[in-house]
Design a protein around this ligand. Structure first.
Ligand code: ADP
Length: 247
């Protein structure tokens, strides 16, 4: 599971890098789109006109390449599926139990009849990321609880809440304020890309991610997602095992 997550996080960091590069490149090339025309307006010299046209053409090509790199990165989001929460939890449980530290106990609570629209593999990755963080926050053991239920108590009938709760070391205000910054980590071998990748995936599914934490007590991450009706097409994807193996 950890190797799979490392691979997903490396991919995520590559697309962050590509998005940043193409954004900067577009800005750097901007003068090349405008200035050749300004230069041509100041001279009749045909040779200088020719050189200005070459510069403009290079600028245009570079700009177009930056544009298509950006849309490639943006367009690489995986397609949304109708996911049954019971099946999602079965798949996550399967992967988590395979290397759960002895002192950590795993509890899953999921109500029947809940569904969301998201990419199965991505949503699974979010729950695994949050769960592995939770396990790493409990070096002396404790309870890891994954719960899915309607969020009617706080958000009305249209929202579903998935929470991942641990009894770990918790976070201070400073850590909390940097939590979703790319590359922010307090771990010797951390990437600092887990949570930003979770946030991107959840926001891509029109949801939001929230955290509540107390040093020495524990942490709870809440994912709020639009509630969907269970239909026959829920889990058009081949169930948790096939989806887990096919990444
Ligand atoms: P990484 O796990 O590689 O450090 P993340 O983006 O997943 O990257 O997490 C960033 C930081 O947030 C962690 O280094 C840790 O300090 C803090 N963190 C995340 N989840 C928890 C948690 N459940 N309990 C305590 N701290 C956490």
């Amino acid at each position: 599971v950890e190797a799979e997550l490392m691979r997903a996080q490396r991919l995520e960091s590559l697309s962050l890098l590509a998005a940043g590069l193409s954004h900067d490149l577009r800005n750097i090339l901007q003068p090349l789109l405008i200035m050749p025309d300004l230069m041509k307006a100041r001279t009749e010299d045909p040779q200088l006109h020719h050189l200005a046209d070459i510069i403009a053409e290079c600028g245009r090509r570079g700009h177009e390449m930056a544009e298509s790199m950006l849309s490639f990165v943006r367009g690489s989001r995986k397609p949304s599926e109708h996911i049954c929460l019971v099946h999602l939890f079965e798949g996550v449980e399967l992967l988590l139990r395979s290397n759960l530290p002895a002192k950590v106990t795993l509890h899953l609570e999921v109500a029947d009849g809940l569904a969301v629209d998201a990419n199965y593999t991505e949503l699974q990755q979010v729950l695994l990321n949050l769960s592995l963080n939770a396990i790493q926050a409990m070096p002396n053991g404790g309870r890891l609880t994954l719960r899915a239920a309607p969020a009617a108590d706080t958000h009305g009938d249209d929202w579903l809440r998935i929470s991942v709760t641990d009894e770990g070391i918790g976070m201070d205000a400073d850590t909390l304020s940097h939590l979703f910054n790319p590359f922010f980590t307090t771990k010797a071998t951390g990437t600092g890309l887990g949570l930003i990748s979770c946030k991107r995936i959840i926001e891509g599914a029109h949801g939001s991610i929230h955290v509540d934490s107390q040093p020495g007590v524990g942490t709870r991450f809440d994912l709020l997602l639009p509630m969907r009706e269970i239909t026959d097409t829920a889990d058009a994807v081949d169930g948790p095992i096939a989806a887990g193996a096919g990444q």
